[in-house]
Design a protein around this ligand. Structure first.
Ligand code: PSU
Ligand code: MN
Length: 300
């Protein structure tokens, strides 16, 4: 079998216990060592403390693996040759034997195949700034339109074009739910100045919404946009300076394709003197907590 689910997760899924999927691109390409491995392990711990079973996902040794050991995660955090996988190249990593970290899109696909309905990450990919020239639009958006998994994220990374990202999600029929807020959050900042299409204030309401969508056979997933805790946010005005500078760096360096998002995250980390990483870690932890609550509400 190409898809290998850990023994713990097979038992949990058979018993219909709550499970939360976790991506690994953030481990291999989104954060530096050692914060990447520390965060990956901490997030698994938060899901467990919240009463759900964590399911980190990656391609290792020609297998799509659901449920990783600490050693697997360390390998993904340390190795330099890990591919960044989306729908287009998931099967390529399997047949070539290349180790691969899964993006939001690839993690959603694997989670759905394994029967996992809730997934926590930092921020989804979206429409890049300058997309009218570059056509750079993350495959995460089309995946949300077709794959039935609820993704809990702090919105889309603010280095993107957030108004265009929301327009695209609307076009694709993807519900965008702000959690406990009227606004679509801006990743490092609680507010983007953009109104979220839907607001819910607790996990039970989100579970009821997911069930109503299933009853109507609407298909596809949804985005739960969970603002970073106030104590950890970097105000949007301050972030904008760093984002604009990082964006200019990426154009000057001629970065394109899959390399764009990791390049920008790293440039922003350097320009904020590491503060963006501290906020990134805080928001992922917060998303893991909320995802566990939703998984529990769906399981009961
Ligand atoms: N959010 C983060 N760090 C990341 C990513 C998201 O805080 O590394 C990753 C996710 O895996 C997401 C991917 O799916 O970036 C989007 O990449 P692209 O823009 O190339 O589609
Ligand atoms: Mn892209």
């Amino acid at each position: 079998m190409t898809l290998v689910v850990s023994e713990e997760l097979r038992a949990a899924l058979a018993d219909r216990r709550p499970v939360v999927a976790l991506e690994t691109t953030i481990v291999s390409h989104g954060m530096p060592w050692p914060q990447n491995i520390e965060t990956a392990l901490a997030v698994e711990g938060i899901v467990r403390a919240g009463g759900a079973v964590p399911a980190s996902i990656a391609v290792l040794d020609g297998k799509v693996r659901v449920g990783l050991t600490a050693d697997d995660l360390e390998r993904l955090a340390k190795a330099g040759n890990v591919a960044k996988l989306s729908r287009a190249d998931l099967a390529w990593a399997v047949v070539s034997g290349t180790p691969g970290a899964t993006t939001v899109a690839a993690t959603m696909i694997v989670a759905e195949r394994a029967g996992i309905r809730v997934f926590a990450t930092g921020g989804i990919g979206g429409v890049h700034r300058g997309a009218e020239q570059s056509f750079d639009i993350s495959a995460d958006l089309t995946e949300l339109a077709r794959t039935g998994v609820t993704v809990v994220a702090a919105g889309a990374k603010a280095l993107l074009d957030l108004p265009k990202t929301l327009e695209m999600l609307e076009t694709l029929g993807v519900p965008v739910v702000a959690y406990g807020s009227d606004q679509f959050p801006a990743f490092w900042s609680r507010e983007s100045g953009l109104k979220a299409p839907i607001r819910f204030d607790n996990a039970a309401a989100i579970a009821a919404f997911i069930r109503a969508r299933a009853d109507l056979a609407l298909g596809g997933g949804l985005l739960v946009a969970n603002p970073v805790p106030a104590a950890d946010e970097i105000p949007a005005g301050e972030m904008e300076t760093h984002i604009a500078a990082a964006h200019a760096d990426s154009i000057a360096a001629g970065v394109t394709g899959k390399a764009v998002t990791p390049f920008l995250l790293d440039a922003i980390l350097r320009r904020t003197g590491g503060r963006s990483l501290v906020t990134n870690i805080a928001l992922i932890r917060n998303n893991a907590r909320v995802a566990a609550e939703i998984a529990i509400a769906l399981a009961t």
